[in-house]
Design a protein around this ligand. Structure first.
Ligand code: EPS
Length: 375
């Protein structure tokens, strides 16, 4: 399975193409759209989300809600293009308008214009923008349809917003409740504090990041491989998470805390109960030797604060070479809820690729039979 995305933030449309899906996979369009809406939700988002109402339009690869086995192409139309067409159209665009030269620290602007030989960072930011993640969420929702057929579920919540951290442990069954919360947090007191902080940051033209935890339940053991570095499950899932805009750190299970503790406090001890192997804990986050071990997979990712600050950080105007305040385009104060949905999505896509590689199968009947035969 392979996903390719295309599209600019204020261009006409966003496009995704998924290759390698088996036939007869039920595609739940209502679920995909509700998941897209979830990505647009959350406390601290900016004005753009009032304009957009993301919906998937499937263009190929599905007939009567079942995949055909052919490439699945889809689009999500940018409603804001109606306002941007004069400046973004492939032909006849007025590129003297909407220029961005007061490059934003932390964004792709400066490095991008140098690398791609541009004078206007608009030609960089339009693609670097997290708007692209709408496609990855739609694709992730399709990957979740595939994983659901095998009894594999993905969920998550927000653990931290700009230093306000929830260090409680939650069961997988408690996680879905987060999605109906304004910041996808499970501790209401901390969430309230985080909302007050976001209001303060907004008033000061500042932004917030946070930490998200993603969990996978129901995956059998043996996915990923210890035989070649590039096939390790943790390497693949962490790479998928790092590919999300604004992610600066990832960890598996106990993660960085494992390094702060001794071996006997870290490694999950193994027992045999009624002919089944069990572990005393899940500090490994469900992955040992680059392979799923049958326990829940536990992943966390750190999102840096959004790099577009309304108050503008110190920078250089690349048009004049003079010191300037960075461009403060319309922006989100916090997009941690969107990030949570996106991380679930990219994990779903990467995991479905690993599952499909191991199981093969041209149609869902084959896929399900092969999965059911695994120990
Ligand atoms: C983004 C800037 C903002 C965000 C955008 C990502 O867009 P705009 O400049 O149009 O206000 O809202 O995110 C989305 C549009 C989205 O759907 O997530 C950026 O610079 O990365």
């Amino acid at each position: 399975m392979k996903l390719t995305t295309a599209g600019e933030s204020h261009g006409k449309t966003l496009i995704g193409i998924i290759e390698g899906l088996p036939s007869n996979l039920p595609v739940d369009i209502e679920f995909i759209n509700s998941y897209l809406a979830l990505r647009q939700s959350g406390y601290g988002r900016g004005g753009r989300q009032k304009i957009e109402s993301d919906k998937i339009e499937i263009l190929s690869g599905v007939r009567n809600r079942l995949t055909l086995g052919s490439p699945l192409a889809f689009q999500i139309v940018n409603r804001d293009y109606a306002n941007w067409q004069p400046y973004m159209a492939p032909e006849g665009a007025d590129v003297s308008q909407r220029r961005l030269t007061k490059v934003r620290p932390g964004h792709a602007d400066l490095t991008g214009i140098i690398k791609y030989d541009q004078t206007d960072a608009r030609n960089i930011l339009e693609r670097a923008s997290a708007r692209e993640t709408a496609v990855r969420v739609a694709a992730g929702a399709i990957a979740m349809c595939y994983l659901k057929e095998l009894g594999v579920e993905i969920s998550g919540y927000v653990r931290c917003v700009c230093g306000i951290e929830d260090d409680n442990t939650y069961s997988f069954e408690q996680l879905p409740a987060a999605k109906s919360q304004p910041l996808f947090m499970l501790n209401e007191g901390l969430q309230q504090k985080a909302m007050v902080l976001i209001d303060e940051l907004k008033a000061n033209g500042d932004t917030a990041g946070g930490i998200v935890e993603i969990r996978v339940k129901g995956l059998k053991s043996g996915f990923g491989s210890c035989m070649q570095y590039s096939t390790k499950l943790d390497a693949i899932l962490c790479s998928a998470m790092m590919s999300v805009q604004a992610i600066k750190g990832v960890e598996v299970g106990m993660g960085f805390n494992a390094a702060r503790n001794r071996g006997s406090a870290v490694h999950d001890q193994i027992y045999l109960e009624n002919g089944k192997y069990t572990r005393s804990s899940n500090n490994a986050g469900g992955i040992e030797g680059g392979m799923s071990n049958g326990e829940e997979i536990v992943l966390r990712a750190a999102m840096k604060p959004i790099p577009t600050l309304m108050k503008g950080l110190n920078t250089v105007d690349t048009a004049t070479g003079l010191p300037a305040k960075a461009a403060g385009e319309r922006s989100d104060v916090a997009a941690i809820c969107a990030c949570e949905v996106i991380l679930e999505s990219v994990v779903a896509t990467a995991l479905s690729q690993i599952v499909a590689e191991r199981l093969g199968g041209d149609n869902m009947r084959e896929v399900k039979e092969r999965y059911s035969r695994l120990p």
